[in-house]
Each structure stands twice: as C-alpha cells, then as structure tokens.
Design a protein around this ligand. Structure first.
Ligand code: P6P
Length: 334
C-alpha cells in the first residue's frame, strides 16, 4: 500500500471546504512544483557551478549566493502565470514583485517566501530550505503594494517549508494541523509520511547560537545558564544543544522530537529589531509550530499577533515545545 501523494491529500482537504473553488489547491500544487525544482537545483549546485557568491547584496545587507537568486527566480516563474496570486514578496527582493500584465487576473492570494533559507550552508552541504506563507489579497486589489502584505500572522491561510536534507521534505499547514511529505525522486511525487505532526510539550534540547551570549538580555542569559547547569541545577535535568544555522532544519527537528529554538533579541541587533524576518520566516514557522501544538513568542508577545510595520521587519524568535517556551517567556515577565 503506497502512501498518498500530496496531490491526493490536497484534493481530499479541499473537499472538506464546501466553498472551495479548487484555486487554492492548484496554487499549492504550483508551490510544490517550485520546491521540486529547487530541490534539483540545490542537489546539482556543485555539479553545475552554482555554489558561489554574487557581488550583490540583498536588502538585508547579506551577500547573495548564486542559488539565492536562482531559487528566487524558480519560485517566481512557477507561481506567477496561473492568475491565482495577486502579488509576491521575497527575502531576496526589496519590493513586492509585479506580476507581469499577461498573467495578471483577479488573484485572491499573496505569496511571501524565503526561497533558500540558511543558504550560507549550501556549499558546505548542510540542510537548507524554502519557507512560504500565503495571505488573502485585500478585496479588489489587483496590484498589491507593501501595505497590502502587512497582515498579522494570524491572517495566514497557509504556511509551509521544504527542507533539502538527506531527503527532501515538504511540511505544511492550512490551519487544520500539520502534515509532512517526503519526495520520492523516482516518482517525482511528495508522499505523505508524517500525518498530523505534534510537537512534544516538554523537551531537554535547545538551539541557539551561543557565540552571541554576551549580547543577550537577562532572561535569555538566565534560561541558558540554567540549562547548562543540568540536573544539579534548578531545572533538575540535563539538556542537549543543537545549532544548525538553518531555521528550517531546526524547526523540522522540533516538529519530529521537540525542542526549543531561539534567535533572541541581542544588543548588536537591537536597532534592526532582531535577526529573523517576520513576514517570511517567523510568521510561517510560528503558524506551523502552533498548529503542531507548540508555541512561538518574541519573549514578550505571541509572534502571530504582531501587526507588521515593514515587509522585511525583523523580530526575536523563541519557538518550540510549549512548556519550554513558557519557561523562557515567564523569565521575560519577572
Ligand atoms: P547565524 C539563516 O541565514 C537564518 O536566517 C536562519 O535560517 C538561521 O537560524 C539563522 O539565520 C542563522 O544565523 O547568526 O547563526 O548565522
């Protein structure tokens, strides 16, 4: 008995929504196709000489890798032509993408994405990923501007990621739980392998870039110090630590076995607002994590509740096992 394909899964999900027109299902299928193409592009990078850096920088001030631009173009080309999308925004583009006039119809959705998150890892063969978020386009808006994208994370209709690791996985939520699919390269299809993913409420594993410790605020200093004290300390248990420097890989690990991931506020990032971007990293990952029974906070507020002020706005992120996130959020209140 083969597992069901993502196409079958999406159609069965669509049947549960009486008013569904099928456009959303087709939109998701175009995103799935883009992720398959990116998986191939990343997998062949070294063979075709696309692992290098470009001279250019993105709006984040980060040097762009060839694959950042290649994967961004793959996402644009796969999603611009069908007419379901009114506008797109990406980590790699300063402004929203203008859908070419020949493809423009009354698209109902906005698509935001980070085409290759963790791309600094790609030439050292550590897992990287694509993160995407789907919002409704405001009624009657045919050429969305930045302000049309600036909706809180609670307004997302879908969020997902592809993880290009030892296998290529696609994980998504439409607000009815979280489901994971593995790419069967022979078939060229994503197969349902992780139905109804749930994050364990407790954990003994945390993920943070320890090299930033001297810049952290007191609650984070206290939390990490207590974890490092182990079972002799106040937490009464030993902790394990991970840091992959690829958010998609960290979140996937947490969906499978629990954990806490954080890129907290630190004094060197304060003027930027944090490290991770709200619209196409923190919000989609927070939607997924909450739908899997986890929690996601800046330390001081629920990430999904934030009213965005800019397309590339950055926020502190603490997400994962809800009881562990609760401990650290509690320290921010004392
Ligand atoms: P650092 C990748 O660039 C990213 O946006 C996240 O995927 C990752 O968690 C973080 O930045 C890594 O940051 O400072 O450890 O390189």
């Amino acid at each position: 008995m083969h597992g069901i394909t993502i196409t079958q899964f999406l159609i069965e999900e669509q049947r549960k929504v009486g008013s569904a027109t099928g456009e959303f299902t087709l939109l998701l299928n175009h995103i799935v196709t883009a992720c398959k193409r990116i998986s191939c592009a990343v997998n062949k990078g070294a063979l075709v000489g696309t692992m290098g850096n470009l001279e250019s920088e993105n709006i984040q001030g980060e040097t762009q890798k060839q694959l950042d631009v290649i994967t961004n173009d793959i996402f644009l080309e796969a999603n611009q032509w069908a007419g379901y999308i009114a506008g797109m925004a990406s980590e790699e583009m300063d402004d929203p993408y203008d859908i070419p006039e020949k493809y423009r119809q009354d698209g109902k959705y906005l698509l935001l994405f980070d085409p290759l998150d963790g791309s600094s890892n790609v030439n050292v063969n550590i897992s990287v990923g694509t993160i995407f978020s789907i919002l409704h386009s405001p009624q009657g808006v045919t050429n969305p501007k930045v302000e049309d994208f600036l909706q809180p994370g609670t307004r997302q209709v879908c969020a997902g990621y592809a993880l290009y690791g030892s296998s290529t996985m696609l994980v998504l939520t439409t607000g009815h739980g979280v489901n994971g699919f593995a790419l069967d390269r022979e078939m060229g299809e994503f197969i349902l392998t992780n139905p109804d993913m749930q994050i364990p409420a407790d954990t003994h594993e945390f993920a943070v870039n320890m090299s930033n410790q001297r810049f952290w605020e007191a609650p984070v200093q206290r939390y990490v110090s207590e974890c490092l004290q182990g079972e002799e300390g106040v937490r009464g248990k030993d902790f394990n630590m991970r840091w992959v420097a690829s958010m998609v890989a960290e979140v996937h690990r947490i969906l499978i076995r629990g954990g806490l991931f954080m890129y907290p506020m630190d004094s060197k990032l304060r003027d930027k607002g944090g490290k991770l971007r709200l619209m196409y990293e923190a919000n989609p990952m927070s939607f997924i994590v909450e739908q899997a029974g986890g929690a996601s906070s800046t330390g001081r507020e629920r990430i999904l509740d934030i009213q965005p002020s800019g397309l590339h706005q950055r926020v502190p992120v603490i997400l994962g096992s809800k009881n562990e996130v609760g401990v650290l959020v509690g320290y921010h209140r004392t």
